[in-house]
Design a binder for this molecule. Structure first.
Ligand SMILES: Cc1ncc(COP(=O)(O)O)c(C=O)c1O
Length: 473
């Protein structure tokens, strides 16, 4: 006798081992089926197996099953449909949960920093890549994906980051992760395991990333950020997390002299730089500044992600790491039981190999630049005393409001106008000792322009500009 049964309609259901066993199989089966309906394992509208096939699966008489079905039909648990078998009925459902209260406010346009517009995704190229990837998966690739990533994807990523960002990368240096957050968690764990105690972070950034470092057991040194980026001359740590191409979220690039200085610092102290290149592909003015990693490949882990230029739901990021760190990242992933999705990796490898990924990035770069230009133009005409700060790059801008205007007032005005954006201060490390970049931050808001679908952007832009104009008086 078996513990599961199957139908010709393809239904598998786990029945408790005692179902249909013992001296009273009919009673046991009835109870098991009622229980399956009551708990929702057998959903209303499901066709149940024919009495013949269930009887065969359970090794009991067909009549017994037919009688059980008859009984459950009589009680309303099942429905018999002429010519099409027996179905789970609608009636004995667990009490429905009360409906949530209706929203009284319009949902806000989400203008938080850094979210891309999912409607821009190249769905047909993505579908075609998925089809090709499935067709091309060799028997070896259908097994467990190596912890460090699918070999084809490691090759494609090495080529892509070398070509587009100037990273010094061989396929063996690449570790595929689920995104920057996982890369950071793994790197912090590797640092801690190697005896490191302190990670320096920029004064502005995601609290989520600082929390990941703390959770790995690292103390934080907070580096002030000024118009040349993070004050790396103040470094007093084992490693440093930087966003050199486009400081997040202030938008300033790390000045060339500081890039060189931090590379020299890492070499001299055997320190590690974690380079978060979250939006390196989305630069709108001139040729992108290449990756810092190229200045000291043995001491920099370059971290990229497809979650910005493509979509967070893809859930793929990558690290290009020095050899010792690749081995450590692999070990830590194994200890944590993490193994990425091989099919998703095969699809991304195809998108990269066919340059569909590049074409997508080029297309969205044009679209996002246009959004940024529209925002800049609207602000210049309607809130002329506000200033945009930071490089024209990425999916957000920092707007510095005029003297005396609090960012919090602008955020509240945004809510009234149906748009959600954040104050720059929300990104500041809650650690004392910041000396730079703080003069204006109480007047700065961070406005993302990536997330709204194209057709909703005009309204989101109008709401934003109206809110900022209102706050600025
Ligand atoms: C500064 C920064 N780094 C990295 C990321 C990407 O993180 P993940 O790949 O975990 O989505 C983001 C996304 O919001 C970000 O803002």
């Amino acid at each position: 006798m078996t513990e599961t049964w199957a139908t010709r309609a393809g239904l598998d259901l786990f029945l408790a081992p005692e179902a249909a066993r013992g001296a009273r199989p009919r009673r046991a089966l009835e109870d098991a089926l009622r229980d399956a309906v009551r708990t929702g394992r057998l959903a209303a509208g499901t066709r149940v197996p024919s009495s013949r096939s269930l009887a065969a699966d359970l090794g009991i008489a067909r009549n017994t099953v037919a009688e059980v079905y008859g009984q459950l039909v009589a009680e309303g648990w099942f429905e018999a449909r002429v010519g099409s078998g027996t179905w789970v009925g609608e009636r004995p459902r667990p009490a429905a949960r009360p409906a949530p209260p209706e929203r009284t406010t319009r949902p806000a346009a989400d203008l938080r920093a850094g979210l891309p517009d999912g409607t821009q995704l190249p769905r047909s190229a993505w579908t075609a890549a998925t089809r090709r990837a499935i067709e091309a998966l060799g028997p070896g690739e259908l097994g467990y994906t190596p912890r460090v990533g699918l070999p084809r994807l490691r090759e494609e990523v090495a080529e892509y980051v070398a070509r587009t960002r100037g990273v010094v990368a061989r396929p063996d240096d690449v570790v595929v992760t689920t995104g920057f957050s996982e890369t950071l968690a793994l790197v912090c764990a590797a640092l801690r395991a190697s005896g490191a105690r302190r990670l320096a972070v920029e004064a502005y950034g995601h609290e989520r990333h600082r929390a990941i470092a703390r959770a790995a057991g690292l103390d934080l040194q907070v580096l002030p950020v000024d118009d040349d980026g993070a004050r790396v001359d103040l470094l007093d740590a084992d490693a440093v997390l930087l966003t050199p191409a486009h400081q997040f979220p202030t938008g300033v690039p790390l000045a060339p002299a500081r890039r060189v200085a931090v590379a020299r610092w890492a070499e001299a102290t055997d320190g590690l730089v974690v380079e978060d290149d979250y939006d390196g592909e989305l630069r709108y003015d001139r040729r992108p500044v290449g990756a810092l990693q190229a200045l000291a490949p043995g001491h920099v882990v370059y971290a990229g992600t497809a979650n910005k230029a493509f979509a967070p739901s893809l859930g793929v990021g990558w690290a290009v790491a020095p050899g010792w760190l690749v081995a450590e990242l692999e070990r830590i992933r194994a200890d944590r039981g993490v193994r990425a999705d091989g099919l998703g990796q095969a699809v991304l490898a195809d998108l990269l190999a066919t340059h569909a990924y590049d074409r997508h990035v080029r297309r969205v770069r044009v679209a996002y630049r246009e959004r940024r230009d529209r925002l800049a133009a609207a602000l210049a005409s309607r809130v002329p005393r506000a200033q945009l700060r930071g490089l024209p790059a990425g999916l957000h801008v920092v707007v510095e409001l005029p003297d005396g205007v609090a960012a919090s007032a602008a955020v509240e005005a945004g809510e009234r106008h149906g748009v959600l954006f954040e104050a720059l201060a929300d990104f500041r490390a809650a650690v004392p000792g910041i000396v730079g970049g703080a003069d204006a931050d109480g007047r700065c808001v961070v406005v993302g322009f990536g997330a709204p679908p194209a057709h909703a952007y005009a309204a989101a832009l109008e709401g934003t500009v109206a809110a900022l104009a209102e706050a600025a008086g």
